[in-house]
Design a protein around this ligand. Structure first.
Ligand SMILES: [Zn+2]
Length: 58
């Protein structure tokens, strides 16, 4: 098993099919590296980016 470090947050990422964003740990880190997070500042602060999408605003 090959483990690499995410270029963005240096978290360990298993280099396999289960890590579609490798060498990044997540889509967020991939976007950060691409510089596309500029318009998505809401996801930059925390490590649990999925929480944001779980919020329901009525
Ligand atoms: Zn990362």
């Amino acid at each position: 098993m090959t483990i690499v470090n995410c270029p963005t947050c240096e978290k360990e990422v298993i280099w396999s099919a289960q890590s579609p964003y490798r060498p990044f740990c997540s889509k967020r880190c991939q976007l950060i590296d691409l510089g596309e997070w500029a318009d998505e500042k809401k996801v930059i602060a925390g490590s649990d980016d999925d929480l944001m999408s779980d919020y329901t605003e009525n």
